[in-house]
Design a protein around this ligand. Structure first.
Ligand code: SF4
Ligand code: SF4
Ligand code: FES
Length: 564
C-alpha cells in the first residue's frame, strides 16, 4: 500500500492503482475522455489534468515531514494528466483547485472548436460526455471567429457502425479497443492537427464481431450503431439488467426498451463474465422476439386443423393426449435455452410420466478466444446440473432413433425444432401426439397436436448457469405478445393436470424446491443471485473474459509507448 494525499486528505491505495481511479475511489471524480479502465492510456485528450506534487526532500534525501507526520508536498508548477500515472508513495494531488478548473475550461473550449454542436439530432445526446462536461466546464459563448473544419459525415465504417467524423474528439478509444480487445487493428487517424480524421485502414472495414463496443465506448456521438441510429432518445428507454442468451458465455447486459419494444442491448460490466464487452451477434439477436413467426395463442388439433382454444382447454387436452401412453412411448426434447426453473419442472414432468427419453438438443457454432462460446446454448450447464443433458447428446440420438423406429408415440418439444435432430416432418406427421411449447412457429409446428405459446428471454424471469458455472438471473424487460405465457407456468399447469396439485404458485417456489434438492443451489433464492451472479459450479466451457490477458497486452503496449 502507498500513501497518497488527494485534495488535502491522506489515503492508502494498493501499488499499481491508476491515479485517476484512486481519485474516483475517494469521491474526487476527474473528468476524462480518452481514459478507459480496460484499455491502455495514451493520455491524449488532456481532460484529466490535475495538480500533482511529490514529497519535498531534505538535505539528507529523506522526505521532510509536516506537522501531521506526513511528507510535505512540492507542487509541480504545471498541471499533469492523472490517467497515465500510477499512485506512488507520498504523491500529492489536487483535483479541484482554481488552476485545475481553468485547465478543464480550456480543454473543453479546444474540444468544442470544431465540434458541430448538433446535439438535437445526435444519438449520443443524453449519454454524451462532451455534453455533460460542457455543463460543468464549458463556456456560454464562443470566441471562435474562424470557420469550423468540415469532416466526413454519415460514413459507413462497417456493416453495423456509422461514423460522424465532425463529432470525433480524437480520443482513440475505438482504435485501442479494436487493437487490444478485438484483435483487429482496423482503425486509425489520418491527416494532421485540426484535420485529423478517424478512418478505417485502406481496404479495411470495421466488421469484426465486436464492432459495436466501439459505439459504447465512444464518449461522444461520433460512432453510432446503424441499427439503433435515430430510433429512440436514450432518456425514454427503460433499462433492465439481464444477460445475453445467445451463447454459453452469458454476457451481462442492459436491455433498453420502451412501450414493450426492445430498442437495444448494451453490455453491463461483470469481470467474472464479460468484462465491459459483448459481441455483435448476441447484441443484435433480439429481433426474433418481434418476429412474424411469434405464436400468440394456444392451438389444438381438432378435425385435423389447428384451432385456437383457451389456455385451460389446451392444458387439459395436452395432458389427456399424453395419458394413454406409458413412459417408454414418450420422449421429451428439452432445450439448453430453457431456464433452470423450466428445466426443473420438465424433470418433474418426465418423472410423473415415467419418461427416460429426455435430453436437450446440442447447439454449437464457431467460437473465438474473446467472448463468443462454441456452445450456443446459454444453459447447458444448468441442464447438466439438473440431470437433463446427456454426455455429448447421446440421449438425443436415442430419442431420434426411437422416433424414427416408431417406438415413440408422443413427442414433447420444448423450444426446440426436432428437424435439427434429424427427425423429419414425415416422422412427426405420423406421431399420434406431438406437443409443442415454443415462442416461434417453424416448419414442424403444423404437425403439432397442441401448441403452447411461450416467452422469450427478455419477457420472463428465471436463472441460467453459464459456461463458466456462474448462476445468473434473467429479468423481464417487456411483456410477451398475445396470450403467450411464461414457460414455467405452462409446465407447472401441465404437471398439475397430469399428476395433481404441486403447491407451486410463483417462480420463487420453483427455485426454492430446486435449491432444496440440488446442493450447488442450496441457500440461494432468485433474489439472492444478485445482478452479477453467483459461482455455483466449476466449469470451463466458455472463453475467459478479456481481463487478465488483455490487461497484460495493454501494459506491454504502454511500455512500448513510454519506455521507462
Ligand atoms: S470516434 Fe469516438 S472513440 Fe473513436 S476516436 Fe473519435 S471520439 Fe474517440
Ligand atoms: S459472447 Fe455469447 S453471451 Fe456474449 S454477447 Fe456474444 S453471444 Fe451473447
Ligand atoms: S483522460 Fe487523461 S488524457 Fe484523456
Amino acid at each position: 500500500m502507498v500513501n497518497v494525499q488527494i485534495d488535502g486528505v491522506w489515503h492508502q491505495f494498493p501499488k499499481g492503482t491508476r491515479l485517476i481511479e484512486a481519485c474516483e475511489q475517494v469521491g474526487s471524480y476527474v473528468p476524462r475522455y480518452c481514459y478507459h479502465k480496460k484499455l491502455s492510456s495514451p493520455g491524449n485528450c488532456r481532460m484529466c489534468l490535475i495538480e500533482m506534487g511529490i514529497p519535498k526532500m531534505g538535505p539528507d534525501r529523506k522526505p521532510v515531514l509536516g506537522e501531521d507526520g506526513h511528507p510535505e508536498i512540492n507542487w509541480m508548477p504545471r498541471p499533469q494528466i492523472c490517467c497515465a500515472t500510477d499512485v506512488s508513495e507520498g504523491l500529492g494531488v489536487r483535483t479541484n483547485s482554481p488552476l485545475v478548473e481553468e485547465c478543464r475550461h480550456g480543454v473543453m473550449e479546444f474540444l468544442l472548436i470544431n465540434h458541430p454542436l448538433d446535439c438535437p439530432i445526435c444519438d449520443q445526446a443524453g449519454e454524451c460526455r462532451l455534453q455533460e462536461f460542457s455543463v460543468e466546464y464549458g463556456r456560454q459563448d464562443s470566441r471562435f471567429l474562424e470557420n469550423k473544419v468540415k469532416k466526413p459525415k454519415n460514413v459507413e465504417l462497417g456493416p453495423r457502425v456509422t461514423l460522424d467524423d465532425e463529432r470525433c474528439i480524437l480520443c482513440s478509444r475505438c482504435i485501442r479497443f479494436c487493437k487490444e480487445i478485438a484483435n483487429d487493428d482496423v482503425l486509425g487517424f489520418i491527416d494532421r492537427g485540426s484535420y485529423s480524421t478517424l478512418t478505417a485502414h485502406p481496404g479495411r472495414r470495421l466488421e469484426n464481431n465486436y464492432s459495436l463496443n466501439t459505439v459504447d465506448i465512444c464518449p461522444v456521438g461520433a460512432l453510432t450503431s446503424s441499427d439503433f441510429r435515430f430510433k429512440m432518445r436514450v432518456w425514454f428507454l427503460k433499462e433492465t439488467k439481464s444477460f445475453c442468451t445467445s451463447c454459453a458465455t452469458g454476457c451481462n447486459t442492459i436491455i433498453g426498451s420502451r412501450e414493450n419494444v426492445i430498442y437495444r442491448q448494451t453490455p453491463r460490466e461483470n469481470d467474472a463474465v464479460n468484462s465491459c464487452w459483448m459481441c455483435d451477434y448476441g447484441r443484435l439477436n433480439v429481433d426474433y422476439l418481434q418476429s412474424d413467426r411469434r405464436l400468440f395463442e394456444p392451438l389444438l388439433r381438432e378435425e385435423n386443423v389447428l384451432q385456437p382454444v383457451t389456455w385451460s382447454h389446451a392444458i387439459v387436452s395436452a395432458a389427456a393426449q399424453l395419458k394413454p401412453f406409458v413412459g417408454w412411448q414418450i420422449a421429451i426434447l428439452a432445450s439448453g435455452r430453457m431456464t433452470n426453473e423450466e428445466l426443473w419442472l420438465t424433470r418433474q414432468l418426465a418423472k410423473s410420466l415415467g419418461v427416460t427419453l429426455l435430453d436437450i438438443v446440442p447447439r454449437t457454432g464457431p467460437g473465438d478466444d474473446i467472448l463468443l462460446s462454441e456452445d450456443r446454448n446459454p444453459n447447458s450447464n444448468g441442464a447438466r446440473l439438473l440431470g437433463l443433458a446427456s454426455e455429448n447428446g447421446k440421449m438425443a440420438g436415442q430419442i431420434r432413433e426411437a422416433v424414427l423406429s416408431g417406438q415413440v408415440k408422443a413427442l414433447i418439444s420444448l423450444g426446440e425444432n426436432p428437424v435439427r435432430l434429424g427427425i423429419g416432418n414425415e416422422f412427426l406427421e405420423r406421431l399420434p401426439v406431438y406437443l409443442v411449447m415454443d415462442l416461434l412457429s417453424n416448419e414442424t409446428t403444423g404437425f403439432a397436436t397442441a401448441v403452447l405459446p411461450s416467452l422469450g428471454f427478455a419477457e420472463k424471469r428465471g436463472s441460467m448457469i453459464n459456461g463458466k458455472g456462474r448462476l445468473q438471473r434473467l429479468n423481464r424487460a417487456v411483456r410477451g405478445p398475445g396470450q403467450a405465457r411464461d414457460d414455467w407456468e405452462i409446465l407447472r399447469d401441465l404437471l398439475q393436470a397430469i399428476s395433481g396439485g404441486n403447491g407451486i404458485y410463483t417462480i420463487e417456489d420453483v427455485f426454492r424446491e430446486m435449491s432444496g434438492v440440488v446442493p450447488e443451489l442450496s441457500g440461494l433464492t432468485l433474489s439472492r443471485i444478485g445482478d452479477l451472479g453467483v459461482q455455483v459450479m466449476e466449469a470451463h466451457r466458455s472463453p475467459n473474459p478479456p481481463g487478465e490477458p488483455a490487461r497484460e497486452k495493454v501494459r506491454e503496449r504502454e511500455k512500448e509507448k513510454h519506455p521507462q
